[in-house]
Ligand binder design. Sequence first.
Ligand code: ADP
Ligand code: MG
Length: 380
Amino acid sequence: MEDMKEKVAKAFKERFGQQGTTYASSGRINLIGEHTDYNGGFVFPGAIDKGIWAELAANGLEKCRVYSMDLDDYAEFGLKEEDAPSQGWARYVFGVCREIQKRGGKVEGFDAVFAGNVPLGAGLSSSAALESCFAFALNDMFNNNVISKFDLARIGQSTEHNYCGVNCGIMDQFASVFGRKGHLMRLDCRSMEYEYFPFDPKEYRLVLVDSRVKHELKDSPYNKRRESCERVASRLGMETLRDATMEQLDAIKGDISAEDYFRAKFVIEEKDRVLAVCDALEKGDYETVGKKMYETHRGLSKDYEVSCEELDFLNDIAKECGVTGSRIMGGGFGGCTINLVPDGLHDSFIAEAKARFNEKYGHEPMVYDVVISDGARKCE
Ligand code: ADP
Ligand code: MG
């Protein structure tokens, strides 16, 4: 990715007449562990080789001057709450500055140029890449790196909440800040403990297939899923489904609705699948990893009921092509599937998925190869 570094450095020099320091951060995937975060379970993300690169330098002024290369747009803003810029993209940068200040950190005026290669809104979290790139940079430039990595992730999350109107969890920012080449991270959403696991498949590729459909549904299906989980947990006398077992769930089967039963069943099984995938990765057993991905898809589709026709169709194509693992990535009702594809099937699977999807739905899905890579960093 030297070319991205050179690209922002060159544009910075042209615009501001000097050299700054280049920082970068990454988008993310989640291999397995869906709808587990609000149930106190595990997620299993990793940073990818697509991200944001930014060149920055302190400018000795009381304002920030920031240029987005991809949008060819420029924003200038001060560092007080009332100085919020109007452009949506600039609010991510401004929000990061403000959230650092709110936590007692220092931010002075700076100039910046940035560009990225994470597809926006495809479920790879370009926004977390942007936040964590600037949070990492400002920690390095003005705070001697005293802000902890977890706080950098929280600064990104609070930016989304307070400046961008997105009520997200911590996974995206966590993955973007903590990401490490060749490793996925199991994050315990209850204790916030995390552990790295090797993910460096030699004979497989990770491929995202973006259906480019998003079904807007009435009566917030996510809240309904949450409520089901909460009802079952409280029926079991637990705070969340984290510690629940299938035996315990089966014991109360007659007392809860069939719908609640299947929602909880998915959550309990999904937690066990994350743990099974971690074990498999320690043995380099990618076939088991893939099998678990298919099981997750089935659970999301049949038990949790957050899939849609297009995603089930993509999953079926993967299965028919002999792809090792495939599942919905993200909340559901549209978006991407994530696929673990044997090298030898890579091209034929993509061709088949594009052609058959196009034939049925009138547009091709977008396809992205991703490699698990480092997260937020300074580019030396
Ligand atoms: P995603 O799922 O990719 O995070 P979001 O809607 O959360 O999608 O965030 C996308 C927003 O983040 C964009 O609308 C833009 O404001 C900002 N953004 C992300 N990447 C870039 C970029 N390369 N240049 C400018 N803005 C970006
Ligand atoms: Mg986002």
